[in-house]
Design a protein around this ligand. Structure first.
Ligand code: NI
Length: 157
């Protein structure tokens, strides 16, 4: 298990647009593994490569149903709306209300560079949108409705 250092909001790496991943190299595979470890260690549901200082279009998500690796992901369809709290490992302990599509369909490549499509609703759709925003240099705080507030964790409720 190898943990990477998570860049915090304000870091220039989080403001840059990432480049496409052209091929899966051993180094890139290691990055995927490290990102998953780092996400789980931080109790996050997603992590994008720029958050660990790598400007590549790669993100991982796990909302509790197992890991999803997204390489060069693209949202190809979206519908509906959901409004709710969102947080980020690059801004620990904080949350803010963001409106996202309720449904998205993405296409991406997995860690073996196999192309796939995936439909997502609710929290998974939110996580996909949040991570893909990171790849374009955007943080959720740019989209919040109302103020940032202290995050309330389910296990503390
Ligand atoms: Ni984030």
């Amino acid at each position: 298990m190898a943990l990477r250092n998570i860049r915090q909001m304000g870091d220039e790496m989080l403001k840059k647009k990432c480049r496409e991943v052209k091929e899966m190299t051993p180094k890139m595979k290691q990055l995927v593994d490290d990102m998953l470890d780092t996400m789980y260690d931080g109790n996050g549901v997603g992590l994008a490569a720029p958050q660990v200082g790598i400007l590549r279009r790669l993100a991982v998500v796990d909302i509790g149903d197992g890991p999803i690796v997204m390489i060069n992901p693209r949202i190809v369809a979206s519908r509906g709306e959901q409004t709710g709290d969102e947080g980020c490992l690059s801004l620990p302990g904080k949350a803010g209300v963001v409106t996202r599509p309720y449904y998205v369909k993405i296409e991406a490549w997995d860690e073996d560079m196999e192309w796939y499509e995936m439909e997502a609703e609710d929290l998974l759709a939110r996580a996909f949108c949040h991570e893909i925003d990171h790849l374009d240099g955007h943080m959720y705080v740019e989209k919040i409705e109302g103020p940032l507030h202290d995050a309330v964790y389910e296990d503390e409720e």
